[in-house]
Ligand binder design. Structure first.
Ligand SMILES: N[C@H](CCC[C@H](N)C(=O)O)C(=O)O
Length: 270
């Protein structure tokens, strides 16, 4: 059978989007998601997104990383779905219910409240998630945040000087993180601007990571290093993150792009 897809990205973090509301699609499997995501033999993307009907939201969104693993959240893809919907809407993900709306600076997403308890990250052992007593070479004492998915945030003098291709997978797969972890290295430029690079769980280095930008902004706010609304500069561009108070939702605003539409033979990948 032929399946239609939409190729999209948020600041270069790219997606293949399958809308199961508009076509009868068989069940997606991790192996098929990984095959479709492959940039040499498949369509190629960081994450595969499957949209479907939802009982208690406007739409349901399933997220498969490049390695085929299904995960709870993807900030940039959430904005992409917001672009497709073109109006204020609710999106049900495994990480929770998200609210999206068109905004002057692209798409605004209510990402819900961050969680900080060690068991909510999750971590394998009890510890202070605001200043974890652990390290991997020069990367040490991270902040752990769950924004629907797990993140470790390392605040460093120069994030561009970090060998993230080498240290990222080591930290991602450390037993301290039972569900693995997204690895963020960030430098505070001013009280309203942070520079960020991300090694993503299940996807590696990406041009941008929406949940990483949210986790990093919240980590810097908890450490009193930045104001409660900041711009996060990623290799692919800027995201605007606000977290007005400790009991508030995180709001992320940024662009989303539809690149092109196409189709593929399902049986070639199943
Ligand atoms: N690699 C992430 C999922 C995608 C996150 C990123 N693409 C974003 O925009 O938030 C994880 O395993 O939690």
């Amino acid at each position: 059978m032929r399946a239609e897809f939409i190729k999209m990205h948020g600041l270069g973090n790219d997606f293949v989007v399958l809308d199961a509301r508009a076509q009868a699609l068989p069940e997606m499997t991790p192996a098929m998601a990984s095959a479709l995501a492959d940039r040499h033999t498949g369509i190629g993307c960081d994450q595969l997104i499957v949209l479907g009907a939802a009982d208690n939201a406007d739409i349901a969104m399933r997220i498969f990383n490049h390695d085929g693993g299904e995960v709870e959240a993807c900030g940039n893809a959430t904005r992409a779905v917001g672009l497709l919907l073109g109006k204020p809407a609710t999106i049900r993900t495994a990480g929770g219910l998200l609210h999206v709306a068109p905004a002057d600076a692209g798409i605004e997403v209510d990402m819900g409240q961050p969680r900080f308890d060690w068991q909510d990250i999750p971590l394998a052992d009890p510890m202070d998630t605001l200043d974890m007593p652990v390290g991997w070479e020069a990367l040490e004492r991270p902040v752990a945040v769950n924004v629907g998915n797990p993140h470790a945030v390392f605040l460093v003098p120069d994030c561009d000087a970090v060998e993230l291709e080498r240290l990222g997978p080591v930290i991602e797969n450390d037993p301290l993180f039972p569900q693995r972890v997204n690895v963020n290295v960030a430098s505070i430029e001013t009280r309203s601007r942070i520079r960020l690079r991300v090694w993503e769980r299940g996807a590696g280095l990406t041009r941008a990571c929406g949940t990483g930008a949210c986790a990093t902004a919240v980590a810097a706010m908890r450490r009193k290093l930045v104001d409660r609304a900041v711009t996060v500069g990623l290799p692919g561009g800027d995201l605007h993150i606000a977290w007005p108070s400790d009991d508030a939702s995180i709001t992320m605003t940024g662009p989303a792009i539809e690149s092109y539409r196409g189709s593929f033979e399902w049986d070639d990948y199943a």
